[in-house]
Write a protein that binds this ligand. Structure first.
Ligand SMILES: Nc1nc2c(ncn2[C@@H]2O[C@H](COP(=O)(O)OP(=O)(O)OP(=O)(O)O)[C@@H](O)[C@H]2O)c(=O)[nH]1
Ligand SMILES: [Mg+2]
Length: 355
């Protein structure tokens, strides 16, 4: 777990050689886990908010690894978060998500507003694509000279606190650091992705030609919460078929908010369609604003997250009280029908917080 987290951290843009430093900076993360070298939280948060990327990287690692002080840190940064716009990009392996994120980031940096961008690539060690990390690194290196783009690869599945929750916490840290736009890339294969893209204000689903009926195999939950559809690799045959497929699915169910997700065709590898995609994003942002939907979305989102956080916190308390070995002991008793699980759980729950 740690090794993978370290691995992820090496893709941080701040680890590249700066103009004044001679060699890539690599030895930083091994210091993170000691907890000893962290400055007092207030100083740390100040550094992070002033744009110090090392403070930012350290904060992300602390939160991601649930290293000492993680929850105090989140408490301290939370009041400074809530300003960033969060884009979630998801889609099947190899659909061109990273290429598209890269193009979007470039676009926003060229734009007159020059928004600062934070990118979180979730779980790029996905077993579906062997060379993805290398590819990501090569592409992302292009941005190393631009401090306005910060790139972070997240550790893999099985991360402490759950992938979706950790991604949410990392998003909060990036948000508090003052990034205007946060782009989360994740491979759309499971429930985790649905949970992750739920964090986003704007969810973009990337599809590619040649999927045919496979569009339907994309996790239904993701289809439903996609605000914009992208058909990438439109230089290939079959883009129209995918478009037709999406329209058919759209015609089956109206969204409750009345928004009809537009379909944008792109060739990310050539930068084609990026402006159109940015325009679609701007349209949806305007729609969210006009209908005051952003707050509603956020309330819905927090409702789920709070329940989950509460569940985790209560479970931890219950487990502390029982100790791991007694969970196994109770399980054995229940399996042998020596106890009934209903009374047992009632008793444990009644004791949580009493000691
Ligand atoms: N022909 C074509 N190739 C593309 C296009 N966009 C991306 N690619 C190529 O598709 C491959 C995969 O692109 P990535 O951006 O790594 O895809 P991804 O969805 O991030 O992949 P994972 O993160 O591994 O799931 C790369 O070789 C890209 O150069 C496109 O529009 N047309
Ligand atoms: Mg990728």
């Amino acid at each position: 777990m740690r090794l993978i987290a370290n691995e992820g951290a090496t893709t941080d843009s701040h680890l590249s050689p700066g103009p004044s430093s001679g060699a890539p900076f690599r030895g930083f993360d091994c210091l993170l886990y000691t907890g000893r070298l962290n400055p007092p939280i207030e100083t740390w948060v100040e550094q992070l908010r002033s744009g110090d990327v090392r403070a930012l990287a350290r904060a992300i690692s602390t939160v991601e690894n649930r290293a000492p002080g993680w929850s105090d840190l989140l408490k301290a940064v939370f009041p400074h978060s809530g300003k960033a716009r969060v884009l979630g990009l998801t889609g099947p392996p190899g659909a061109g998500k990273s290429t598209l994120v890269d193009q979007l980031a470039r676009f926003y940096r060229r734009d007159k507003d020059k928004r600062t961008v934070g990118i979180i690539a979730v779980d790029p060690t996905s077993p579906y694509t062997g060379g993805a990390i290398l590819g990501d690194r090569i592409r992302m290196q292009d941005h190393f000279s631009d401090p306005g783009i910060y790139i972070r690869s997240m550790a893999t599945r099985g991360s402490l606190g759950g992938l979706a929750r950790t991604t949410a916490d990392v998003t909060t840290v990036l948000d508090a650091s003052g990034r205007d736009l946060i782009i989360i890339e994740t491979v759309g294969v499971g429930q985790d992705e649905v949970d992750i893209v739920r964090l986003a204000d704007i969810t973009i689903l990337i599809l590619v030609p040649g999927m045919g009926d496979d569009v339907q195999t994309i996790k239904a939950g993701i289809m439903e919460i996609s605000d914009i559809f992208v058909i990438n690799k439109s230089d290939r045959d079959g883009a129209e078929n995918v478009e037709r497929e999406i329209r058919t699915l759209q015609s089956l169910a109206m969204r409750s908010d009345g928004w009809t997700p537009p379909i944008v065709k792109t060739v990310a590898s050539q930068g084609v369609g990026i402006e159109e995609l940015a325009a679609a994003i701007a349209d949806y942002e305007a729609y969210l604003q006009k209908e005051n939907l952003a707050l509603n979305k956020s309330v819905e989102n927090w409702q789920e997250r709070l329940i989950e956080m509460l569940r985790d916190a209560l479970f931890e308390k219950a487990r502390d009280q029982m100790g791991d070995s007694s969970v196994a002991g109770y399980a054995a008793e229940v399996a042998q029908h020596k106890r009934d699980p209903y009374t047992l759980v009632e008793e444990i729950a009644a004791n949580v917080g009493k000691h």
